[in-house]
Design a protein around this ligand. Structure first.
Ligand SMILES: NC(=O)c1ccc[n+]([C@@H]2O[C@H](COP(=O)([O-])OP(=O)(O)OC[C@H]3O[C@@H](n4cnc5c(N)ncnc54)[C@H](OP(=O)(O)O)[C@@H]3O)[C@@H](O)[C@H]2O)c1
Length: 301
């Protein structure tokens, strides 16, 4: 969707980030600002239709980026016991915001999740990754279930771009960074997964949004990387001497309430689209090396 005013003339893009106090929202805002683009944030509750419509009316964005969502604290286990609150944000709220944007002719990018799949016989870790049209097959957590259901509906809105992130990684050791999490666990499983290095992918989200792209995209770096591979790179580049202990999926199941998704996503659709804009996303092992080198250069240990 092009940014046009009510009378059809082109106007400058104005970006509005929903969930303005969130972790990914903060990174996105900084990136927009570094690109010299007009960006606003809001913390209006997505499920409050009147307030959402009033906010869209007030800010008059050409693009909304929805980085709001209920992820649970300290983790998704929270969603198991707080189902109504989780639905109000992740289902009612996400759909309401998309719908309000639709009726106002605003492009809406949704920061969704790829944690809606699990490895199966047709998709082993060393086999083909899941493509965007594969039906979800992971409902082991209420969080993932809400996200998968919403995707099935929201994909029919012609103003929505749905980006499936997985295990996002920032260049710092913020508590929400996947690396920070697994480096602090007493024991960690060791399974290859698709991951999203934010420094590589957030610029791509802006590129896709401002070009009016719509539809679903697996939004990770190409390939899959295991926990031990991540932690080995972390030890070798960022924190010499770092050690960790592994445990099995069966042992992990005893200390978590909701199951966790493990899967590889196929990124062909994303990389092909981004190539049209001359943008490349590094393979996940290379991306981690570069990410940890940036951490090291910033003096982070
Ligand atoms: N971090 C990950 O591992 C990960 C992975 C894949 C996808 N994602 C998705 O990416 C999005 C952003 O994640 P994040 O890591 O940045 O999470 P975050 O730090 O928890 O930020 C989410 C923000 O959304 C707000 N929010 C929650 N429900 C809302 C509602 N109904 N209306 C308005 N705002 C609401 C929260 O505010 P309150 O705290 O006040 O509720 C919070 O500020 C989420 O949709 C998440 O599901 C995250």
């Amino acid at each position: 969707m092009a940014a046009t005013s009510a009378n059809g003339t082109a106007r400058a893009s104005r970006f509005l980030i929903w969930g303005g106090e969130g972790w990914i929202a903060g990174h996105l805002k900084t990136l927009f600002e570094s690109q010299g683009k007009e960006v606003h944030t809001t913390t209006i509750r997505m499920e409050n239709r009147e307030a959402v419509l009033a906010e869209l009316e007030r800010v008059q964005p050409s693009h909304v980026l929805n980085a709001a969502g209920c992820t649970g604290r300290p983790n998704v286990d929270w969603c198991e016991d707080n189902r109504e609150a989780t639905m109000r944000s992740n289902v009612i709220g996400t759909l309401n915001l998309a719908d309000c944007c639709y009726i106002k002719g605003i492009h809406c990018t949704v920061f969704a999740t790829g944690c809606i799949y699990k490895y199966d016989a047709a998709h082993p870790w060393d086999g083909p990754g899941y493509v965007e049209t594969d039906p979800s097959n992971f409902d082991g957590s209420f969080y993932s279930m809400t996200k998968a259901h919403v995707e099935e509906i929201i994909k029919h809105y012609n103003n929505c771009l749905v980006l499936r992130l997985r295990m996002p990684v920032s260049d710092d050791l913020h508590p929400r960074n996947f690396v920070t999490k697994i480096s602090k666990y007493e024991r960690v499983v060791d399974i290859p997964n698709s991951n999203t290095i934010l420094t590589d992918l957030l610029p791509a989200s802006i590129l896709l949004a401002e070009h009016g792209e719509v539809g679903i995209y697996n939004f990770t770096n190409p390939g899959a990387i295991s926990h031990n591979e991540v932690l080995t790179l972390f030890r070798d580049i960022v924190r010499p001497g770092f050690t960790w202990k592994n445990f099995s999926l069966e042992e992990q199941a005893k200390v978590i309430k909701a199951d966790r998704s493990n899967c590889k996503l196929d990124t062909t659709k994303l990389t092909t689209k981004l190539a049209e804009y001359g943008y490349e996303v590094p393979e996940i092992h290379d991306a981690y090396s570069q990410c940890f080198e940036r951490m090291k250069a910033a003096g982070i240990q």
